[in-house]
Design a protein around this ligand. Structure first.
Ligand code: 3HC
Length: 296
């Protein structure tokens, strides 16, 4: 099967990135959001990303134009009708995802493939909400989607022969490198990444080092592109908190348990870059570490 038309459910941080990359790779792409307002915000994010690309000389102005011409935004799931693959990237809420998949399953052709960009929920549990568990996979992208080269391809014990190959070829056509993983909470990357970034918060809580020193330590000492607390602010402290809870639920291991400071930051709305405040304060340039976090 050849994928010719792409659908994306959700136009948040991940959904907009996936829709952008698909359209930029030549696929007519439809992205669906619940409201016009959220949709417009997502399309604006894509516009800004492409505009930055043009300013940096990484994207030609005509490529930006062609990408946006291939991209359609909608608030109606029915507009996904003729898509060959639909990738879901809505919030990490299993019941909501199952409901959306059940509805979209009824709209798509029977040979279309459904995929979830979940970071931590069970692909099998979502697939069983549809009548096509054999044509259901996980396709896990990384933030920022247009820049990160990896896609985790998750197959379940129900995935039909040939589907994994089709979606891996699709991932390659987006300029990504696919890796194969089984349907285990967190897959490969978050299984290793989440305990590491949670430990960075624990180190901060215990006074092992300041925000800046923890980040500098891992960046300069290990050659990571950014420190763990900067990365948390990028991915979203709320998102990582939900992922950690799901992983803790699955494995019951302390290393996946969100530290108390993280919970308080989520309760206070300190989600990171998206709310302007996380481990760093983004209202100033360069962002300033919120060192008061550990004193309260
Ligand atoms: N369009 C096109 N290209 C762009 C661009 C744009 N809008 N913005 C930047 N670029 C290019 C730059 O020109 C540069 O290209 P070059 O390497 O050829 O010079 C490259 O992208 C890097 O950009 P910058 O120089 O502006 O920025 P950095 O060097 O600081 O890199 C980063 C930014 C890629 C985000 C890097 O810091 C990084 O890799 N950070 C780690 C991110 C990470 O770990 N993500 C995974 C999170 S986990 C996740 O998502 C899973 C989920 O389930 C939680």
């Amino acid at each position: 099967m050849q994928i010719k038309k792409v659908g994306v459910l959700g136009c948040g941080l991940m959904g907009s990135g996936i829709a952008q990359v698909a359209a930029q790779s030549g696929y007519p792409t439809t992205v669906v959001e619940v409201s016009r307002e959220v949709l417009e915000a997502g399309l604006k994010r894509i516009d800004q990303f492409l505009a930055t690309g043009v300013a940096k000389g990484k994207v030609k102005p005509e490529e930006k134009q062609a990408t946006q011409a291939r991209l359609a935004g909608s608030t109606r799931q029915e507009d996904l009708r003729d898509c060959d693959i639909v990738i879901e990237a809505v919030v990490e809420d299993l019941e909501m995802k199952r409901e959306i998949f059940a509805r979209v399953d009824g709209i798509l052709r029977s040979d279309a493939i459904l995929a979830s960009n979940t970071s931590s929920l069970s692909i099998t549990e979502m697939a069983t909400a549809t009548r096509r568990p054999g044509r259901f996979v996980g396709l896990h992208f990384f933030n920022p989607v247009p820049l990160m080269k990896l896609v985790e391809v998750i197959r379940t014990i129900q995935t039909e022969e040939g589907i994994e190959e089709t979606v891996s070829a699709f991932a390659r056509s987006l300029g990504k490198t696919p890796i194969r993983t089984s349907d285990r909470t967190g897959f490969i990357v978050n299984r290793l990444l989440v305990p590491y970034i949670l430990d960075a918060i624990r180190a901060l809580e215990e006074g092992v080092g300041s925000i800046t020193d923890i980040d500098q330590g891992l960046k300069l000492g290990c050659g990571y592109p950014m420190g763990p607390l900067t990365l948390l602010d990028l991915v979203g402290i709320d998102t990582t908190y939900y992922i950690a809870n799901i992983m803790f639920d699955e494995f019951r291991e302390r290393r996946f348990a969100p530290p108390p400071l993280m919970k308080r930051m989520v309760l206070a709305g300190f989600y990171g870059r998206k709310t302007g405040k996380g481990f760093y304060d983004y209202s100033v340039e360069p962002p300033r570490p919120n060192d008061f976090l550990t004193a309260r």
